[in-house]
Design a protein around this ligand. Structure first.
Ligand code: FPP
Length: 261
Protein backbone atom coordinates (compact mmCIF):
# COMPACT_ATOMS: atom_id res chain seq x y z
CA UNK A 1 0.00 0.00 0.00
CA UNK A 2 1.47 3.37 -0.90
CA UNK A 3 1.34 6.60 1.16
CA UNK A 4 -1.55 7.95 -0.89
CA UNK A 5 -3.82 5.01 -0.31
CA UNK A 6 -3.07 5.15 3.41
CA UNK A 7 -4.23 8.75 3.54
CA UNK A 8 -7.79 7.91 2.46
CA UNK A 9 -8.05 4.33 3.73
CA UNK A 10 -11.58 3.57 4.98
CA UNK A 11 -12.04 3.89 8.73
CA UNK A 12 -13.51 0.54 9.91
CA UNK A 13 -15.04 2.16 13.01
CA UNK A 14 -17.17 4.54 10.96
CA UNK A 15 -20.88 4.02 10.33
CA UNK A 16 -21.92 4.05 6.66
CA UNK A 17 -22.96 7.37 5.13
CA UNK A 18 -21.28 10.70 5.49
CA UNK A 19 -21.14 12.80 8.59
CA UNK A 20 -22.72 15.60 6.57
CA UNK A 21 -25.80 13.41 5.96
CA UNK A 22 -25.92 12.43 9.60
CA UNK A 23 -25.55 15.93 11.06
CA UNK A 24 -27.22 18.00 8.35
CA UNK A 25 -24.34 20.45 8.30
CA UNK A 26 -20.59 20.48 8.61
CA UNK A 27 -18.09 23.30 8.91
CA UNK A 28 -16.75 24.39 5.53
CA UNK A 29 -13.53 25.63 7.04
CA UNK A 30 -11.90 24.35 10.25
CA UNK A 31 -8.90 25.94 11.94
CA UNK A 32 -6.94 24.21 14.68
CA UNK A 33 -4.57 25.41 17.41
CA UNK A 34 -2.58 22.19 17.81
CA UNK A 35 -1.62 22.52 21.48
CA UNK A 36 -0.28 19.98 23.94
CA UNK A 37 2.64 18.28 22.20
CA UNK A 38 5.07 19.23 24.99
CA UNK A 39 2.81 17.99 27.76
CA UNK A 40 2.07 14.78 25.88
CA UNK A 41 5.82 14.14 25.72
CA UNK A 42 6.51 15.01 29.37
CA UNK A 43 3.74 12.65 30.48
CA UNK A 44 5.89 9.98 28.82
CA UNK A 45 9.13 11.40 30.25
CA UNK A 46 10.32 12.17 26.77
CA UNK A 47 11.71 15.40 25.26
CA UNK A 48 9.26 17.93 23.81
CA UNK A 49 10.39 17.11 20.28
CA UNK A 50 9.02 13.59 20.77
CA UNK A 51 5.62 15.22 21.23
CA UNK A 52 6.00 17.29 18.06
CA UNK A 53 6.84 14.15 16.10
CA UNK A 54 3.76 12.44 17.51
CA UNK A 55 1.80 15.56 16.56
CA UNK A 56 2.53 14.86 12.91
CA UNK A 57 0.38 11.73 13.07
CA UNK A 58 -2.50 13.79 14.39
CA UNK A 59 -2.02 16.22 11.47
CA UNK A 60 -2.42 13.28 9.13
CA UNK A 61 -5.55 12.12 10.98
CA UNK A 62 -7.08 15.60 10.74
CA UNK A 63 -6.31 15.84 6.99
CA UNK A 64 -7.75 12.36 6.38
CA UNK A 65 -10.88 13.28 8.31
CA UNK A 66 -11.43 16.48 6.30
CA UNK A 67 -10.88 14.67 3.01
CA UNK A 68 -13.22 11.88 3.95
CA UNK A 69 -15.99 14.18 5.15
CA UNK A 70 -15.71 16.72 2.34
CA UNK A 71 -14.57 19.69 4.45
CA UNK A 72 -13.29 22.35 2.07
CA UNK A 73 -10.52 24.00 4.07
CA UNK A 74 -8.33 23.16 7.06
CA UNK A 75 -5.97 25.72 8.60
CA UNK A 76 -3.40 24.49 11.11
CA UNK A 77 -1.40 26.68 13.51
CA UNK A 78 2.02 25.00 13.32
CA UNK A 79 4.35 27.79 14.43
CA UNK A 80 3.39 31.19 15.76
CA UNK A 81 5.24 34.50 15.46
CA UNK A 82 5.88 34.11 19.21
CA UNK A 83 7.26 30.55 18.92
CA UNK A 84 10.57 32.03 17.70
CA UNK A 85 11.21 32.78 21.39
CA UNK A 86 11.34 29.08 22.28
CA UNK A 87 14.72 27.42 23.01
CA UNK A 88 16.90 27.31 19.89
CA UNK A 89 17.10 23.50 20.07
CA UNK A 90 13.31 23.16 19.95
CA UNK A 91 13.04 25.60 17.03
CA UNK A 92 15.68 23.66 15.11
CA UNK A 93 13.92 20.36 15.80
CA UNK A 94 10.62 21.84 14.59
CA UNK A 95 12.20 23.21 11.41
CA UNK A 96 13.82 19.80 10.69
CA UNK A 97 10.48 18.16 11.28
CA UNK A 98 8.69 20.56 8.89
CA UNK A 99 11.35 19.93 6.23
CA UNK A 100 11.09 16.16 6.54
CA UNK A 101 7.29 16.26 6.65
CA UNK A 102 7.24 18.35 3.47
CA UNK A 103 9.52 15.94 1.65
CA UNK A 104 7.53 12.95 2.79
CA UNK A 105 3.96 14.19 2.42
CA UNK A 106 3.90 16.19 -0.82
CA UNK A 107 3.37 13.15 -3.04
CA UNK A 108 0.57 11.92 -0.86
CA UNK A 109 -1.11 15.35 -0.75
CA UNK A 110 -0.83 15.59 -4.51
CA UNK A 111 -2.35 12.15 -5.04
CA UNK A 112 -5.21 13.03 -2.73
CA UNK A 113 -5.96 16.30 -4.52
CA UNK A 114 -4.97 18.47 -1.52
CA UNK A 115 -3.84 22.03 -2.14
CA UNK A 116 -1.10 23.02 0.32
CA UNK A 117 -0.50 26.63 1.25
CA UNK A 118 1.68 28.25 3.89
CA UNK A 119 0.52 31.42 5.56
CA UNK A 120 2.67 33.67 7.71
CA UNK A 121 5.85 35.69 7.54
CA UNK A 122 7.65 33.19 5.29
CA UNK A 123 10.65 35.52 4.86
CA UNK A 124 11.70 34.65 8.41
CA UNK A 125 12.60 31.07 7.35
CA UNK A 126 15.93 30.03 5.90
CA UNK A 127 16.40 29.43 2.17
CA UNK A 128 16.07 25.62 2.00
CA UNK A 129 12.83 25.59 3.98
CA UNK A 130 11.39 28.52 2.00
CA UNK A 131 12.21 26.73 -1.26
CA UNK A 132 10.59 23.50 -0.09
CA UNK A 133 7.48 25.38 1.02
CA UNK A 134 7.29 27.18 -2.34
CA UNK A 135 7.73 23.89 -4.18
CA UNK A 136 4.98 22.24 -2.13
CA UNK A 137 2.63 25.08 -2.95
CA UNK A 138 3.46 25.03 -6.66
CA UNK A 139 3.12 21.27 -7.05
CA UNK A 140 -0.30 21.19 -5.38
CA UNK A 141 -1.74 24.51 -6.55
CA UNK A 142 -4.30 23.02 -8.94
CA UNK A 143 -5.78 20.63 -6.36
CA UNK A 144 -9.38 21.01 -5.29
CA UNK A 145 -10.47 18.37 -2.74
CA UNK A 146 -9.13 20.19 0.33
CA UNK A 147 -7.33 23.49 0.90
CA UNK A 148 -4.74 22.75 3.59
CA UNK A 149 -3.23 25.91 5.05
CA UNK A 150 -0.29 25.63 7.41
CA UNK A 151 0.30 28.75 9.49
CA UNK A 152 3.99 29.21 10.19
CA UNK A 153 5.62 32.27 11.74
CA UNK A 154 2.03 33.42 11.74
CA UNK A 155 0.20 35.87 13.97
CA UNK A 156 -3.26 37.31 13.52
CA UNK A 157 -1.92 40.81 14.21
CA UNK A 158 0.83 40.27 11.63
CA UNK A 159 -1.84 39.24 9.10
CA UNK A 160 -3.95 42.36 9.67
CA UNK A 161 -0.82 44.54 9.62
CA UNK A 162 0.40 43.17 6.30
CA UNK A 163 -3.09 43.66 4.81
CA UNK A 164 -3.00 47.31 5.96
CA UNK A 165 0.45 47.77 4.43
CA UNK A 166 -0.76 46.39 1.10
CA UNK A 167 -3.74 48.75 1.17
CA UNK A 168 -1.50 51.71 2.09
CA UNK A 169 0.84 50.96 -0.81
CA UNK A 170 -2.11 50.88 -3.21
CA UNK A 171 -3.43 54.19 -1.85
CA UNK A 172 0.06 55.69 -2.17
CA UNK A 173 0.28 54.48 -5.77
CA UNK A 174 -3.06 56.11 -6.54
CA UNK A 175 -4.69 52.73 -7.27
CA UNK A 176 -7.17 52.89 -4.40
CA UNK A 177 -9.18 55.67 -2.75
CA UNK A 178 -9.10 55.64 1.09
CA UNK A 179 -12.93 55.65 1.04
CA UNK A 180 -12.83 52.38 -0.93
CA UNK A 181 -11.27 50.61 2.06
CA UNK A 182 -14.06 48.57 3.57
CA UNK A 183 -14.24 45.19 5.31
CA UNK A 184 -14.22 43.34 2.00
CA UNK A 185 -11.07 45.21 0.91
CA UNK A 186 -9.25 44.20 4.10
CA UNK A 187 -10.57 40.66 3.90
CA UNK A 188 -9.29 40.29 0.34
CA UNK A 189 -5.74 41.11 1.45
CA UNK A 190 -5.60 38.71 4.38
CA UNK A 191 -3.85 35.37 4.21
CA UNK A 192 -7.00 33.27 3.84
CA UNK A 193 -8.73 35.44 1.22
CA UNK A 194 -10.76 33.46 -1.33
CA UNK A 195 -11.33 30.54 1.01
CA UNK A 196 -14.68 29.75 2.62
CA UNK A 197 -15.24 31.71 5.84
CA UNK A 198 -13.87 30.13 8.98
CA UNK A 199 -16.69 28.18 10.62
CA UNK A 200 -15.01 26.33 13.47
CA UNK A 201 -11.88 26.85 15.57
CA UNK A 202 -10.69 23.84 17.53
CA UNK A 203 -8.08 24.27 20.26
CA UNK A 204 -6.65 21.15 21.84
CA UNK A 205 -4.68 20.91 25.08
CA UNK A 206 -7.14 22.52 27.49
CA UNK A 207 -6.28 26.22 27.16
CA UNK A 208 -9.16 28.53 26.25
CA UNK A 209 -7.57 31.32 24.31
CA UNK A 210 -6.96 32.43 20.74
CA UNK A 211 -3.19 33.07 21.07
CA UNK A 212 -3.03 35.58 18.21
CA UNK A 213 -4.33 33.08 15.64
CA UNK A 214 -6.81 34.18 12.94
CA UNK A 215 -8.05 37.30 14.74
CA UNK A 216 -10.03 38.82 11.88
CA UNK A 217 -11.34 35.54 10.49
CA UNK A 218 -12.57 34.36 13.90
CA UNK A 219 -15.21 37.10 14.15
CA UNK A 220 -18.11 34.67 13.64
CA UNK A 221 -16.44 31.30 13.98
CA UNK A 222 -17.66 28.82 16.56
CA UNK A 223 -15.04 27.98 19.19
CA UNK A 224 -14.46 24.44 20.43
CA UNK A 225 -12.01 23.67 23.22
CA UNK A 226 -10.96 20.18 24.22
CA UNK A 227 -8.68 18.88 26.96
CA UNK A 228 -7.31 16.25 24.57
CA UNK A 229 -3.62 16.86 23.83
CA UNK A 230 -2.87 17.30 20.12
CA UNK A 231 -1.01 13.99 19.57
CA UNK A 232 -4.09 12.14 20.88
CA UNK A 233 -6.44 13.71 18.33
CA UNK A 234 -8.02 11.08 16.11
CA UNK A 235 -11.03 10.88 13.79
CA UNK A 236 -13.37 10.37 16.77
CA UNK A 237 -12.13 13.62 18.33
CA UNK A 238 -12.58 15.50 15.03
CA UNK A 239 -16.03 14.03 14.73
CA UNK A 240 -16.93 15.14 18.28
CA UNK A 241 -15.97 18.72 17.37
CA UNK A 242 -18.19 18.59 14.27
CA UNK A 243 -21.12 17.13 16.23
CA UNK A 244 -20.77 19.98 18.72
CA UNK A 245 -20.62 22.50 15.85
CA UNK A 246 -23.77 21.08 14.26
CA UNK A 247 -25.65 21.70 17.51
CA UNK A 248 -24.81 25.41 17.63
CA UNK A 249 -27.24 28.11 16.56
CA UNK A 250 -25.28 30.68 14.56
CA UNK A 251 -27.10 33.97 14.96
CA UNK A 252 -24.67 36.54 13.52
CA UNK A 253 -26.20 39.21 15.75
CA UNK A 254 -29.84 38.28 14.97
CA UNK A 255 -32.36 36.88 17.43
CA UNK A 256 -33.07 33.19 17.63
CA UNK A 257 -36.58 33.83 16.22
CA UNK A 258 -35.15 35.68 13.23
CA UNK A 259 -32.70 32.89 12.50
CA UNK A 260 -35.40 30.23 12.67
CA UNK A 261 -37.99 32.09 10.55
C1 FPP B 1 2.08 23.36 20.39
O1 FPP B 1 2.27 22.45 21.44
C2 FPP B 1 2.63 22.83 19.12
C3 FPP B 1 3.56 23.43 18.34
C4 FPP B 1 4.16 24.73 18.66
C5 FPP B 1 4.08 22.77 17.10
C6 FPP B 1 3.06 22.11 16.24
C7 FPP B 1 3.73 21.18 15.33
C8 FPP B 1 3.29 19.96 14.97
C9 FPP B 1 1.97 19.43 15.38
C10 FPP B 1 4.18 19.12 14.15
C11 FPP B 1 3.71 18.75 12.80
C12 FPP B 1 3.13 19.85 12.01
C13 FPP B 1 3.14 19.85 10.65
C14 FPP B 1 2.35 20.91 9.95
C15 FPP B 1 3.89 18.87 9.84
P1 FPP B 1 3.19 22.88 22.65
O2 FPP B 1 4.60 22.57 22.28
O3 FPP B 1 2.94 24.31 22.99
O4 FPP B 1 2.69 21.94 23.79
P2 FPP B 1 2.55 22.28 25.34
O5 FPP B 1 1.50 23.35 25.47
O6 FPP B 1 2.10 20.98 25.94
O7 FPP B 1 3.90 22.69 25.83
Amino acid sequence: MNEASVLVAPDPTRVPGTLREELGCLPRHIAIVMDGNGRWASQRRRPRTFGHRAGQKAVRAAVEFCLREGIQALTLFAFSSENWQRPASEIKALMDLFLRALDREIKSLQENNVRLRFIGDLDSFDGPLRQRMARGQTVTQGNTALALNVAVSYGGRWDITQACQRLARQVQAGELAPEAIDEAAIDARLSLAELPPLDLLIRTGGERRISNFLLWQLAYAELYFTETLWPDIDPAAMRAACVDFAGRERRYGLTSEQVQS
